[in-house]
Design a protein around this ligand. Structure first.
Ligand SMILES: Nc1ncnc2c1ncn2[C@@H]1O[C@H](COP(=O)(O)OP(=O)(O)OP(=O)(O)O)[C@@H](O)[C@H]1O
Ligand SMILES: O=P(O)(O)O[C@@H]1O[C@H]([C@H](O)CO)[C@@H](O)[C@H](O)[C@@H]1O
Length: 170
């Protein structure tokens, strides 16, 4: 499917997930803000996809990201974040959620495998209980050290203040 056709409403996503599961496919789910995509995201999503047959992403809406990461975030709007993520070959389906956590979405979709990066302890992962109670698995994947969206933002801020000093504008 092309990028845009991978982006669906939660209802459409549920239909697709149930159809995949009915045909014996293992559905992997992960969620996140995915603001400025970096190599850690790509490696993690590639590894997540290999855990099953299809990868479904729950993407935080702009309002959700703002509540979680502060008023200056996200840098990229939800439409752009969805476009970038769904262009990755390893992503099979993407749906937005507006809540603070994907608890409700995961409880509805009931994926076979729920994955987050190792920055999240399993007991803190939203939706873990529902997936485990339904016989699924909850896993964390290693982080690619030194990569983060906030780190990229910090680096840009530092570089711009250095260039401002050099040009004498501050
Ligand atoms: N360096 C990394 N290596 C592997 N996985 C990562 C890495 N950074 C984030 N992830 C995973 O990617 C998903 C999305 O995380 P998120 O969008 O918060 O990335 P981030 O770079 O940590 O952003 P921020 O710095 O704004 O918190 C999460 O499941 C997280 O565990
Ligand atoms: O991009 P992040 O900050 O890794 O994504 C968050 O993950 C939270 C996690 O699933 C623990 O619950 C989730 O609650 C939050 O909505 C973001 O997706």
């Amino acid at each position: 499917m092309t990028g845009s056709s991978k982006v669906m409403s939660p209802c459409e996503a549920l239909e697709r997930v149930r159809a995949w599961q009915a045909s014996g496919k293992k559905v992997v789910f992960s969620n996140g803000c995915f603001d400025l995509l970096h190599a850690g995201h790509v490696e993690y999503l590639t590894a997540a996809r290999k855990l099953g047959d299809v990868l479904v992403i729950g993407l935080n809406s702009d309002a959700s990201v703002r509540r979680l990461k502060g008023p200056s975030r996200p840098v990229c709007c939800e439409t752009d974040r969805a476009t970038v993520l769904s262009a990755l070959e390893v992503v099979d389906l993407l749906t937005l959620f507006d809540e603070d956590t994907p608890e409700e979405l995961i409880g509805t979709l009931l994926p076979d495998i729920l994955v987050k990066g190792a920055d999240w302890a399993v007991e803190r992962i939203a939706g873990a209980r529902a997936v485990l109670e339904h016989g699924g698995a909850v896993l964390t994947l290693p982080l690619l050290e030194g990569r983060s969206t906030s780190g990229i933002i910090e680096k840009i801020i530092q570089l711009s203040s250095q260039s401002a000093h050099c040009s004498g504008t501050i």
